[in-house]
Design a protein around this ligand. Sequence first.
Ligand code: C2E
Ligand code: CA
Ligand code: CA
Ligand code: CA
Length: 279
Amino acid sequence: AKGAGRGTYAFFSADMQTDALEKLNLKHDLALAIDNDELCLHFQPKVNIQDDTLIGAEALVRWHHPTRGELAPGNFIPLAEESGQIVMIDRWVLEAVIRQLSDWIQAGIAPLPIALNLSLPMFQRPQFVDEVIYLLERYQVPAELLELEVTERVAMGDLDYTVSTLRALKQVGVSISIDDFGTGYSSLAYLYDFPIDTLKIDKAFVSDIPHNRKKQGIVSAIVSLSITMGLKTVAEGIETVDEKAYLRNLHCDFYQGYLFSRPVAADIFCTRYLKPSQS
Ligand code: C2E
Ligand code: CA
Ligand code: CA
Ligand code: CA
């Protein structure tokens, strides 16, 4: 038994070493990813839960690694958060989204609002609001087409800073969603002070909701809270017709999920869901 134990230990330690090495390699590769043009955006439609009309999309980053193929954010965002490289990624995403909107407008396509995800260090950059304003100006994109998703964890950092930053963004015309709502700090009081537009209900509460009383209770509480506060709700990760029907009955406004569409590349999103602009 002792031998087996030692064997197990050796196995784990070798494994952990490979892990650490692999992380180091990925971090090194990530530093080159932007210069080598390896990041790209996929777009997941956000739709009205009543009639499936498109209201916008969420931009989600992907990494075309030279040897590992396409990596989802789960494979590199946590690493990038650890190393600080997340700011570089989020800045790339911010500009890429605004550039994409501008390209659509130039091509005579009527764009829809696009949302992007903000990490804590990105949101905390003192230059953040100025960067947003500068890029919108530079690419001649109306601020109304840009939406920012911040998690409760990001928003709950320094409350005064959050309120003034969100107000500044709101004043420019950018809209704000609280992402993964219900999974983080649950102080509801801040909702009074934050100038936000939307609560995104986390997939954890959506999955299997037709058969789970507790999730039903939580989601119906979130929706009535939103109605009282004048906020819209987006349910994320809807995969089945039953989940959708249940959330529609709870008066959720919008949804995203594999049931309607997975995140897709920009050209596919454009041909499938966008229309020529009038005139
Ligand atoms: P998130 O912001 O909660 O994004 C939703 C995630 O759920 C996306 O995963 C999306 O593909 C996935 N999803 C949507 N509908 C369904 C569904 O019906 N079923 C299932 N199983 N999944 C669904 P993705 O693209 O892998 O992104 C994961 C997370 O990585 C995001 O979670 C977000 O927190 C982070 N992320 C993605 N892009 C960025 C970025 O540009 N910057 C930062 N800071 N974080 C990002
Ligand atoms: Ca999000
Ligand atoms: Ca989310
Ligand atoms: Ca989520």
